[in-house]
Write a protein that binds this ligand. Structure first.
Ligand code: AMP
Ligand code: MG
Length: 407
């Protein structure tokens, strides 16, 4: 078994991630979280015409170039949605105008209504008024033939709004990545059935399902594999024939009840690493048929941490998107770490506000075992503790919020 660093393992997986190449067109309105598959150029200017940024009066600024009040005749009324193509603002005239309405020919400025006084059929405006005031020129947001969205972005609500603003009712996105998930272990049973002695409920598949759902994957939830070579082989072949990526939890240590490793070695190809990380030491990557295989450790906290550190960046690239490696922020240790470890450790932590002007303080959940899933629910992130390090109260430590780790 190879021993490797977090960075090495992550780069190894990223290098092997083959981005999805199949493209499908979907309704723009349903695109949130999908990966844009092609660069988008705008066919139009947005806005398509000069328009008013205010409710007020469109004027010729030259009519109100001086200080003091100028009185103008009120001409045409132009509301949003109207156009007045044949209309030209005369001199000493103001057009009543509303936000989003087209600026009439002749006008070069809009005076907001709060600065206007209507007297009968005239409007009195205090000068001077400069040209261009409160006008949103054509193309102010987007110019025709320019690039507005790049291939590989994960579509946000605002990106979809932008796509709609240039008139796209549908957009090209990468096919959803199909990910099969399986738990392993004779002791693992499904919630909803009574527990017998020696059994535990399958938390990992639920954690993984949520993690993958957040990434917008199509999930094939294939249940549990017993600790048996033949059953494992059948289950993994079946999973690999349907999915782009197969993720299992448990059964990848080197004990004789850990069949997943042996099966993948037999029917495919496997790299198994002892990663210098805690929690999460054993992690397997391989291929079965044309699917990628990821074997996560069995312990529930290890599943979460290894998913965040290794699997998520790889899946993001596999989806056709650009993965971002989470950057830690530095906070003050609100805990002591008196014994140096030999692996990099990711401790479940919460931030509390600084007492004075200083950095926020990270405090740790009291039990840091990889079986203690409560720690990951209590925590809002992970403190990264390098190997060979002791930490005293107030030392600077690197903190990765779950919000960043999980996107
Ligand atoms: P293993 O890697 O299969 O030896 O599993 C390590 C530990 O994780 C054991 O205590 C298992 O019972 C536990 N475990 C494995 N799979 C799951 C699961 N799906 N849900 C909860 N605990 C699990
Ligand atoms: Mg097991």
């Amino acid at each position: 078994m190879r021993s490797t660093s977090v960075e090495e393992a992550r780069s190894f997986l990223l290098e092997r991630a083959r981005p999805i190449t199949e493209i499908e067109r979907i309704d723009t309105i349903h695109g949130v979280g999908r990966i844009l598959a092609e660069d988008i150029l705008s066919p139009i200017d947005v806005p398509g015409y000069d328009n008013s940024a205010m409710d007020g009066y469109a004027v010729r600024s030259e009519d109100i170039a001086t200080e003091g009040e100028t009185s103008l005749a009120i001409g045409r009324r132009i509301a949003a949605g109207e156009s007045a193509p044949e209309y030209t603002l005369k001199s000493d005239e103001a057009a009543r105008i509303f936000t989003g309405a087209p600026i009439p020919d002749g006008a070069d400025s809009v005076v907001m209504q709060e600065h206007c006084r209507v007297v009968g059929d005239t409007v009195s405006i205090r000068g001077p008024v400069s040209p261009g005031m409160n006008i949103r020129p054509r193309g102010n947001d987007i110019r025709a033939d320019t690039s507005v969205l790049s291939a590989g972005i994960r579509l946000t609500p605002q990106a979809l709004g932008l796509a709609a603003s240039i008139g796209l009712s549908s957009i090209p996105v990468s096919r959803r990545l199909r990910v099969a998930i399986l738990s392993s272990g004779n002791e693992v049973v499904q919630p909803g059935t009574p527990l017998q002695a020696g059994q535990c409920y399958d938390s990992n598949r639920h954690t993984l399902f949520g993690l993958l759902a957040n990434l917008g994957c199509e999930i094939l939830d294939l249940g549990t594999i017993p600790d048996d070579f033949d059953a494992t082989e059948v289950a993994l072949r079946e999973a690999a024939s349907q999915a782009d990526v197969v993720i299992t939890s448990g059964g990848v240590s080197v004990g004789e009840e850990d069949h997943i490793k042996r099966v993948v070695e037999t029917i495919g190809h496997l790299d198994l690493w002892r990663i210098a990380v805690k929690p999460g030491k054993p992690l397997a990557y391989g291929r079965i048929l044309d699917a990628d295989f990821i074997g996560l450790p069995g312990n529930p906290v290890s599943v979460l941490v290894t998913f965040c550190l290794f699997v998520r960046p790889m899946l993001i690239r596999r989806q056709g998107a650009v993965p971002s490696i989470p950057l830690p922020r530095f906070v003050s240790a609100g805990f002591q770490w008196p014994r140096a470890g030999d692996r990099r450790e990711y401790a479940r932590a919460r931030l509390v506000p600084a007492e004075d002007e200083g950095l926020p303080k990270a405090v740790l959940f009291e039990r840091q075992g990889s079986d203690v899933l409560s720690s990951a629910v209590w925590a809002d992130g992970l403190v990264e503790i390098p190997p060979g390090t002791v930490i005293a109260l107030g030392d600077k430590v690197a903190y990765l919020p779950f919000a960043e780790l999980l996107g």
